[in-house]
Write a protein that binds this ligand. Sequence first.
Ligand SMILES: Nc1ncnc2c1ncn2[C@@H]1O[C@H](COP(=O)(O)OP(=O)(O)OP(=O)(O)O)[C@@H](O)[C@H]1O
Ligand SMILES: [Mg+2]
Length: 203
Amino acid sequence: MLISLERVTHAFTGGHELFQPITASFARGEMVAVTGRSGAGKSTLLAILAGSLRPSSGEIRWSEECRVCWIAQRPRGVPGRSALDHVALPVLATGARRLEAERRAAELLDRVGLSGASSQPFETLSGGQAQRLMLAQGLAAAPDILLVDEPTAQLDQRTAAEVDAVLGLLAAAELLVMVATHSAATRASCSRELTLEHHVPSE
Ligand SMILES: Nc1ncnc2c1ncn2[C@@H]1O[C@H](COP(=O)(O)OP(=O)(O)OP(=O)(O)O)[C@@H](O)[C@H]1O
Ligand SMILES: [Mg+2]
């Protein structure tokens, strides 16, 4: 098990609990769709899973030395820097030398269907390309857990399908992918669904 949750939920200061407590475990190789209406707490749950927010109630445990990568909804990059550089940087951070990092980055770009765009500056990438670049960048950090927040929300159907196809590939890799989504197509490429149910506060 990579992560286990025991009766985890969250209330922001002054607010009520966002969703009914979750008790569940997640393992390597799973691809989990985190669903629920807008405001249900999906992004909040991702922050908890990333370890950047402590849940107001319940317990969360990660297996030892597990590396988590969290991809925000909006692609972020350095405008003038190439796609390749964006992916090579986190590989360098794992201790690789430049040539090795660039080789690995090129491999990852190929995996997300971006080998043709590797020398393109970030600012010239389309929304779908930028989103796939974020996935390649996330993978470059060699995570055990990849958290993805609504990767297809701002994309047209065809571009969204390209991103979904990449998510499908990730599912086959030996990591745990958890993706917050409203998209039926993204949900369909997942192996499991975690629906955040509205918490009904007692009067
Ligand atoms: N830092 C914060 N402080 C107080 N309230 C917050 C904070 N972050 C989020 N909220 C509130 O918590 C609720 C859940 O927000 P969250 O972003 O997790 O929902 P979501 O399920 O991701 O929604 P969406 O589908 O629209 O992205 C919302 O009502 C939001 O306004
Ligand atoms: Mg959200």
